[in-house]
Design a protein around this ligand. Structure first.
Ligand code: EPS
Length: 389
């Protein structure tokens, strides 16, 4: 089975659930590996009251025994603690006095088209699943992918380089991404972090919300993940799809794509040079991807997130029960979720890279994958041919 995952769960339902399939046998996997990533996703300045309720922790339901994967699907569950407050409104069983339907769709959310598409009279049926709470499950899947990639020296980090009008140089942010966990906004520059927090405070006081931009960096990828041979296999396309599938992401950029569009070719390509007995690049403007494949340089993917659409300063809508103009439905919400989105971006990049890695090096048993990987790296000169190396 190809590496991948499916999720289920409503934001205020009993739990978020994920099944990861195609995980090879023999991979060390502990609850702590997943919980660490879940905690990183929960952090971030600008989150609403919900994160004070939730303490996301994974429960393995299948696919792991005594700390090692079995090659069977890895099933994980993260309970929604808030369900205790929503048991009546979100009960899977019929209830005697159903809650009043919500009929004031929020601009920018899935509400209106979702109600039309599925024939709902209550937008809660849409918002519960379109909620970014679902990304808990994605981050759990990403943690499994990250564990696999970590066996082969692939490290994935992220940094936020813009929140609203406050920004720093993206290349500098990417270079400092491994320090971003120290910042409440995942920005490696402490001075810019403080200005970003002030920007979030100002938006919150104005009963508004902010978006921003983040970059994900994957170091240590071998050359040749993905393929130019078929459009479906191109890794840049697969990364873009995975990133843009994250709630509120409206744009994706590989390397310096938009800057490259303004320059001449000689200023854009990454020249091939000798480096330490092997091949390297003089720059990394193309984000580690050429011809739909990794080229051995760090993979660099940036994303633009629009501001959260649930805001206290409610925008205009139409009440679907009366046909009258009204103000949109309001609910407790985050004022900025860009730092969390960056962690989710890491998870999605990890999943895509793990899938491509296993396509290249096989599946089933970690030991066989390692043999295939080492053979390949020796062949292309990335591992020394000396037996002691
Ligand atoms: C979300 C609305 C808020 C966020 C939620 C995403 O939830 P609630 O309505 O319960 O306050 O907190 O994100 C999470 C719960 C999470 O864990 O990330 C939305 O409408 O998308």
């Amino acid at each position: 089975m190809r590496f991948g995952f499916s999720t289920a769960g409503e934001s205020h339902g009993p739990a978020e659930v994920v099944i990861v399939h195609g995980v090879p046998a023999g991979l060390r996997l502990l609850a702590g590996d997943v919980d660490r990533e879940l905690a990183r996703r929960q952090a971030g300045y600008g989150r609403g009251g919900r994160q004070k309720i939730e303490r996301d922790r994974v429960e393995f339901l299948g696919g792991v025994r005594h700390g090692y994967t079995l090659g069977s699907p890895v099933a994980m569950l993260v309970r929604n603690r808030d369900y205790a407050n929503w048991e009546h409104r979100m009960n899977p069983a019929p209830v005697e006095d159903p809650p009043d339907p919500i009929t004031l769709p929020r601009p920018g959310h899935a509400d209106l088209a979702g109600m039309q598409k599925y024939g709902f009279g209550d937008l809660r049926n849409v918002l519960e699943r379109s909620s970014a709470r679902e990304t808990v499950a994605r981050v759990a899947a990403g943690a499994v992918a990250r564990r696999l990639l970590g066996e082969f020296g692939v490290r994935i980090s992220s940094a936020v380089y813009r929140i609203g009008g406050v920004a720093m140089d993206r290349a500098l942010a990417a270079a400092g991404a491994e320090k971003a966990d120290l910042s409440e906004v995942r920005c490696p520059d402490p001075e810019v972090s403080e200005r970003m927090k002030a920007e979030i405070d100002a938006a919150r006081h104005a009963r508004d919300a902010l978006g921003g931009e983040f970059v994900v960096v994957a170091e240590g990828c071998p050359p040749g993940l993905g393929s130019y041979a078929d459009w479906r296999d191109r890794l840049d396309a697969r990364l873009a799809r995975a990133i843009i599938s994250i709630n509120a992401i409206k744009g994706v950029e590989i390397g310096d794509a938009f800057e490259a569009a303004r320059r001449r070719s000689s200023e854009v390509q990454d020249e091939i040079v000798r480096r330490g007995g092997t091949l390297g690049r003089a720059s990394n403007r193309l984000g580690g991807l050429e011809g739909g494949m990794t080229n051995g340089e760090p993979v660099v993917v940036a994303a633009a997130m629009k501001p959260i659409s649930t805001i206290a300063r409610a925008l205009r809508t139409v009440d679907l029960s009366t046909g009258e103009e009204a103000r949109a439905f309001r609910e407790r919400a985050d004022s900025c979720a860009v730092p969390a989105a960056a962690v989710i971006g890491e998870a999605m990049v990890a999943v895509v890279l793990a899938e491509a890695f296993l396509e290249k090096f096989g599946s089933d048993a970690l030991e066989d994958i390692r043999a295939s990987y080492e053979h390949y790296m020796r062949r292309i000169g990335r591992l020394s041919r000396r037996p002691e190396a």
